[in-house]
Each structure stands twice: as structure tokens, then as C-alpha cells.
Design a protein around this ligand. Sequence first.
Ligand code: SF4
Ligand code: SF4
Length: 491
Amino acid sequence: MAQLAPELMEKNKLELAPYHRFTVEGRTYAVTIDRFRCTRLDDRTAAFLAAWESDPGVRPEDDVRSVLLKIGLLAADPGKTCPDEASRLERDCRAAGKWLGTDAARTDTLCLMVAQECNMACVYCYGSAGTYGGGGLMTEETARRSVDWLIRHSGGNQKLALSFFGGEPLLNLPVIRSTVAYAQETGEKNGKTFMFSMTTNASLVDAAIIDFLRTNRFTLIISFDGTPAAQNEHRPLKDGRSSHAAVAPRIKELLAAFPDACGRATLYGATDPAEVLAAMKEIGFRSCHLVAASGCLLTDAPSEKALFQREEERAADFRRGAAAFVAAVKRRDPAEAAQLIKDRELSRIISVANGPFQVRRLFFCGAGRNYLAVDVDGSLYPCHRFVGMREYRLGNISEAEDPPRGVFHQTPVSENGECRQCWLRYMCGGGCAYGNIASTGRPLRPDPAFCRQYGQTMEALLDAAGQLTAEDREFLYENNVVARPSCPLDF
Ligand code: SF4
Ligand code: SF4
């Protein structure tokens, strides 16, 4: 590695595109921040980058220089590695503004809080026992006007979605039935098609309901905490009785009709994620989503309190899952690889393996943009979790105008110092606004715990992806373990 004389160093500082370097079990990678292109480094390039990070005056030997050029860290034209901070922020604000003016940012999905009531009393409920500080059932009239509102404000979007939510939405089954019929009929007249989904605790399901859901091709999310201990302790029925025995047979009936329904378990306290996952699989879920509990902002001030205490253990389990996935691919075991992808939510391995990305992510989710929630009175909120937080109420479906979305039309990627400097900014988009408020009191100020976990997860994913060869990926596509990307712009 060559070293310049001190007086020449400042003038000749080597300019590299922003990158993040990390090592997992002896394998070192560099990922470019602007396009999220990840490359496993040879020892000499890794050593050079480590040296350059403490002394930008060092110069690479020719072989290392070629690698830096090839992996996008060094521009062939000096001074053109990446826009400076001010130009980059301007570029991102411009891109966000442009995107917000397209149909993709117009509302295409409404979450209808058809029942702000629940027949369970989950200890971790962020909706204050399902009431969201209010309570009641949505009327047929409000639900219909919500459908009209969505059609009116959806711009050129032809595919629209209604998500029935609560509390427990099946407490208001008649309104769900009539709203589905109304949306189909009105949609057809207006050149729009509707998709329906519902999140349910399954306690009220019967054969007639299953038939209705199947006829209307619902996508289902079933809230269930897996083990009898977790389900009974954290999700008791409202009258205090245990719920596992009451819901388990109904979940099995639902899964017989909807084998791909997603099981959503909330991790709370000292719950063991591995035990929960095993129990979810035993009852028959093929697809599971385990999420740590978040605080209830309707009753609690933002706090640091640990609602789930085994996050580190969970991160370790994720890393073990990613390693097991790579091993399954190498020994050409498609069934095991497919199962691990579903169990550990590893599907992004392939998308990160197919980087660099053409599209930079500027928002974490659709909240306050293409996705809104409507409460029982017709008030509009950025998403289901915000319902009842009056300071975040956006408007009402009775008003003619599409309400301004305020802070939800600002991208955290350029609005706060943490995301502006973060290596994950274009992969993450700024985190969950509700989680941010729970942690820091502000929707655009990220939750440090989330950022730490997201970083650990992404490094594990990138490491796993970095071990897959082109032949490995072909094996995954040919065996339908993952879908072959249809478009180079897919994110
Ligand atoms: S929320 Fe955290 S991980 Fe995401 S971009 Fe911001 S700082 Fe990075
Ligand atoms: S803000 Fe958070 S809770 Fe709301 S839709 Fe986005 S990720 Fe989900």
C-alpha cells in the first residue's frame, strides 16, 4: 500500500463512494450505500479499506484499485464517486416529491376499523383493549362511504384493497358482508377491482364465515401466539378465561380452507421465539410472522421499556436460520430451503443477492401515503396503529378533499440526521413511524433499537446472499423456492 507525502495527502485524498464494511465469521463485505450493491472482499481489498478509513491518504496498489473500480467504490472519473451531501439531499427530496405526485402514492388501500371492540383482552394490545380510546362498531353507511371515498381518491389505481381490522372485525360480520358486496358492485361500475383481507383472532369463525371468506378470496392474517402458555397468558378472553383451547380448533378449520393464511404471533416478555414458531408450525401454519410487541401510545408516554426481552436471542436465531438456508441450498435440498425461507422470513435474501438496486427506498411503508385507516366514525388516520391518536388524525371521509398528509409526505431519509448518515437508508426508508414515536416521541426520528436490529438482520442476509453462486440462485428458481425476478427494477 503506497503512502503519499503529507503535503500531497490533502490534495490527493482518495475519494470513494460511501460504503459500509462489515465482517461475518471471517467473511468481509463492502456494500455501496447509494445502490446497495454488496461484494465479498478479498483480503487485500479488505485490508486497504480498513487502512483508508483511518487514513484517506493511502493509495491502493493496481490490483486493489481494479477491484475498487469493479465494485463501484471508485469512479473511473475522479471526483465522480457520489454526489456531495447537499446534492444528495436535494436529489432525494426531488425523488420523493416526484413519487408523491404519482398514482403509486395515491390511496389504494383502506384499513376499515369495523369493530373497535374485542372479545379478547391481550396484555400487549396497542389499541387499548381494541377500543383505540373510543369503541363501537362501524355502521354500514360509514363503511360504504369509505368505499366511495377510496374510489374517488384512488387516482389511476385500478386495483384497490380493503382490510377489515379491529379489535376483532368478526364482531361486525354483517357490515363486512355488506361492504364486500358494495365494493364489488361499485368498483365494477367505476373500473376498479377490490381485494379483501382481514386480521382475526379466529375465535368467532364458523363454517358459514369460512365459506364467505373463501368465496370472496380473502387474504387472512390470524393472530395467535403459538404455545398454550403464551396464548393463555397474553391473549386471554375478555372474561378472563384462557383462549388457546377455544381458538385452536377454529384455526385448524381456517387453515384447512386457507392453507397459506399467515399466522401472526406477538412476542412479549420472556416468550421464547423458537417455541412459538414450533407451536405455530404444529398447528398447521405454513407462513408465520413473529413480531415484538409495541407500546400503546393511547395510554403510555413514549418509553424505553422492553416489551420483548429476548431480541438478541431472536437475532441469533435469525443468523442461524440464514446459515441453515445457505447449507440447504449447497446440498440442493429445495424443501428445507423453502421451509427456512418461510419460517425465518428470509425471502429478501434473493432480492439483496440480486442488487445493485435501481430504486432507492424513501419510505418504510405505505402509512399516510397509499395506505390509510378509517375509524368507526369515519376519521382518517395514517395507519391502523394511529387510530385514536387525535394529533395524527388526518381528516374524515365526509370531507370532499383528500386531506394533506403532513409529516407522512416527508422522507426520513433526508429529514433526520440519523437516517441521512445511515448505511441502510435506501433499504430501510426510515422505520415504522409508530415505532419511532413510541421510542423517541417523533415519527421521523428513528428508534435506536429498531436500527440496531435492522442492521444485524441485513448483515446476516447480505452474508447469506454473498455465499450464493449464480448456480445456487438458478437452483432456487428452478425448484420454485423463490420466484425468478421478472424485471430488473424489482426491489
Ligand atoms: S430508521 Fe434506522 S436503520 Fe432505518 S434508515 Fe433510519 S437510521 Fe437507518
Ligand atoms: S407506520 Fe408502522 S404500524 Fe403503521 S403501517 Fe407503517 S410499519 Fe405498519
